[in-house]
Design a protein around this ligand. Structure first.
Ligand code: SAM
Length: 209
């Protein structure tokens, strides 16, 4: 999939997808640049502890990346990437899960984090340099049009990102495309158990806040 066939409108609720993405980028730029501000969601080290990330995963990782962690689950609770494997982290944010995965697959494995928010990408890249990890890179892109070749990854992780996308099927198709046959999809996210009313789905402030 490329950016030309990424959905621009969600017709049934009249939501402009680019407008929504701009609002989401703005929200997560603040999480990157000013994580101590306080949000309607949990962040940082307290969140990682709450989600069951053991201290040894966080030890030695840049405090700046930990501070802007904003996941909603623990994708590694389904299993750890193994040494030598390739991992794609969809919506990698400040890079915490990507850095954890990069240490797990090291030295021969590789991790690619993809995110659409420049401030998050910059923070994640700086974090990798700070701790000397050379097997992880961060690419600007959309989950709905991943900048990753077909069947590249052994594992795809994503944490707290699908809930921000109106076209979840497009993102899931992309995750399936980049996975090798038999690859593992490990998603931490929010599930709703009843349909969201249309007026709520069309309200951008409810997507971001
Ligand atoms: C809740 S944060 C989670 C970040 C990271 N996974 C973590 O656990 O800290 C959501 C991230 O998803 C990114 N994002 C949201 N929608 C996206 C999309 N359609 N394509 C790529 N990135 C997206 C945002 O820029 C933000 O960095």
């Amino acid at each position: 999939m490329n950016s030309t066939n990424v959905q621009q409108e969600v017709p049934e609720v009249g939501l402009n997808v680019e407008e929504l993405r701009t609002a989401i980028r703005h929200e997560y730029e603040v999480v990157a640049l000013n994580p101590q501000q306080g949000f309607h969601f949990h962040t940082g080290r307290p969140l990682a502890r709450m989600l069951g990330y053991p201290e040894e995963w966080l030890a030695g990782l840049p405090e700046s990346c930990i501070a802007s962690f904003a996941g909603t689950g623990n994708p590694f609770s389904m299993g750890m990437p193994r040494p030598g494997e390739r991992v794609v982290d969809v919506g990698s944010g400040a890079g915490l899960d990507s850095l954890i995965a990069a240490r797990m697959v090291s030295p021969a494995g590789q991790v690619v984090g993809v995110d659409m928010t420049p401030a998050m990408l910059e923070k994640a890249r700086r974090g990798a340099v700070e701790i000397g990890l050379h097997n992880v890179s961060f690419r600007q892109g959309l989950a709905e049009a991943l900048p990753v070749p077909d069947e590249w990854a052994d594992v795809v992780t994503s944490n707290g990102v699908l809930n921000l996308m109106p076209d979840k099927s497009a993102a899931l198709r992309e995750m399936a495309r980049v996975l090798k046959p038999g690859g593992r999809l490990q998603i931490g996210d929010i599930l709703v158990q009843s349909p969201i009313p249309e007026d709520a789905r069309s309200d951008i402030s409810l997507w971001t806040g």
